[in-house]
Write a protein that binds this ligand. Sequence first.
Ligand code: NAD
Length: 363
Amino acid sequence: MIIGVPKEIKNNENRVGVTPAGTMELVRHGHTVYIQQGAGVQSGFADDEYVSAGGKILPTIEDVYQTAEMIIKVKEPIEPEYSLIKKDQLVFTYFHFASSEPLTKAMIDSRSVCISYETVEDPDRSLPLLTPMSEVAGRMSIQQGAKYLEKPLKGRGILLGGVPGVAPAKVLILGGGVVGTQAAKMAAGMGADVTILDISPKRLKYLDDVMPANVNTEYSNEYTIRKHIKTSDLIIGGVLIPGAKAPKLITRDMLKDMRPGTVLVDVAVDQGGCFETTKPTTHQDPVYIIDDVVHYSVANMPGAVPFTSTMALTNVTLPYAVQLANKGWKAACADNEPLKKGLNVINGDVVYPAISEAFSLPL
Ligand code: NAD
């Protein structure tokens, strides 16, 4: 199959859909991989590395879309890309269709075949192509939180791990899923005093078994949250109710119970945020302060570490990409139930229930 990897053109998107390692793997299976010039540079991959791995470089995004039978990328196509996508072209990327009617209509009109990373679903209902980005964001939440706790950045001026003779900072993590677990590991590793709150007893039991001694678990409810926020230095929001907006676990009135310089990192911002005062921010302008409490709520945290994020994403997407290239989408999806769940739009027809419901489109 002829595969095309365009350079991402969405603002501040520095990841790339296929690495040189992925290129080598696809070429090894007999496929031709065209990379747009400079597509991997922001993730640390020069054009030469793709060429050494057996890839071919094309100068423009138009060339890539015109040449390829399958496009592998990262972000959903944006308006300038709509008209580049051809009938029967297979597009394998994040789409997040339910949040964009124009994108949905454009892909229907293109008559392409759209397989969304975010709806590929394992039998246990986990989303294997979303997990690595939660891992990145979870780990990064502590890195960012530690930074904004510094006094010059308006934080409380406390070191996460303390020093001998001085108590460490207290980190409260709401939600002990992928984000929360990775955040807890990082914070614990830095020596902080960590508490994870979750509503799943099964999850709390698991976390209690695997976490080090400086991580405690408690059942999440308003009482427990109110108790902890008074003494927490850093609070991470990592809750998720699949398919729903995040619950507002910290309300505006609770901010007055926190100490000045407390830092809130709302990773769940992409689902509306789990703090009432959350509004999406960007890497250019990541924080704002309300009632002396520092809020960090960047909607695309993994975008700041494209080298790690690209590797983490392509590690999980590549096996599916190889199957799609080897067998074609029909046979690959027939043989692989999780991948089949990724099918969203086929030649002008919406085939994913949540998208048809979102825009009252026939299924
Ligand atoms: P997950 O499903 O693995 O974990 C969510 C956890 O929240 C679950 O353990 C669940 O039991 C718990 N939970 C639900 N309601 C709760 C409550 N009231 N109190 C405490 N815990 C509760 O989800 P995840 O992969 O960790 O993702 C968490 C959020 O982070 C999602 O909204 C996801 O979209 C977001 N995210 C954001 C970025 C970013 O860049 N900002 C990146 C990746 C993921």
